[in-house]
Ligand binder design. Sequence first.
Ligand code: ASP
Length: 339
Amino acid sequence: MTGTESTSHVSVISLGGTIAMTPRSTSNHGVVPALDADALLAAVPGLQDSGIALAARSLRSLPGASLGFDDLNELACVITEDAATGHSGFVITQGTDTIEETAYYLDLATDLTLPIVVTGAMRNPAMAGADGPANLLAAVHVAANSDARGMGCLVVMNDEIHAARHVRKTHSTSTAAFTSPNTGPLGCVVEGQPRFHTRPGVRPTLPSDRPRRQPRVALVPICLGDGGELLRCLGEHLDGLVVAAFGAGHVPSTLVPLLEDHARRIPVILTSRAGAGPVLRHTYGFSGSEQDLQDRGLINGSWLDPYKARVLLHLLLARQATPDEITAAYQTATSLPVL
Ligand code: ASP
């Protein structure tokens, strides 16, 4: 059977974010996280008539920027435990600022067939045209739908369905902020029905127990005229490094010895700051090119953007992956959708 089943039971877990923010009662200093999962569900027109049974759980009440790996690890454990108790799917509500990273973390750290759908809002509940209720309703419809099974973590915003491994927040205020630059959305929600045009490829998963220590992984962007000040300051304080290089994976030649030095001690992942497209493997040969950096030990981040590459490295290091396992993980991390 496909579609929304009569017995659908969706668990909605709230973490905070603009979708849950209301003005402070005593001051004029803007909105702050306040609404819990029950309040979010109560504000959605049409949800009661959907026939979908809902459970509400409030796990955090934070802006997206203040979420961390400990929060996500706990969330992944909660989802995995609850999945054994008869849910059809999960919806996570949170701040949109970090959705492209948190959703990818869940994509990697959970090994479930059930849909996990992350959503939020670009406009808070006090604004005209607040998008939170519509996004939450669409997310619940996707989480309850058996067609969404086996796709890993999904992000539903603005009636579009995106794969966590491809989605980016590409606008700071627009309700159409979420796009998948390399692939486009997987589908859309129309009249409460999820419609999938394509499916993501097979994904690697890295479920792990609560880690004893969080690895320290930095992301360093490379800029015009970069003198390497930041790379030099990092010293030996890191377990892993992601470099957001120019274009197809290029840095100024003056930075090559610094990066080579880091790559001798820790995994250094080469990604592109361009916003779409892969890091090349064998096209350019100048000092600081993708080939030069690979020859000096940097690992090609392939199609993963810098932020997702950092999430993957965090999980790999938390599981004490070997250098070969780390290299292999980046080769397989972003298989593009297949029809
Ligand atoms: N700053 C907000 C947050 O991430 C933005 C949002 O939710 O849209 O919490």
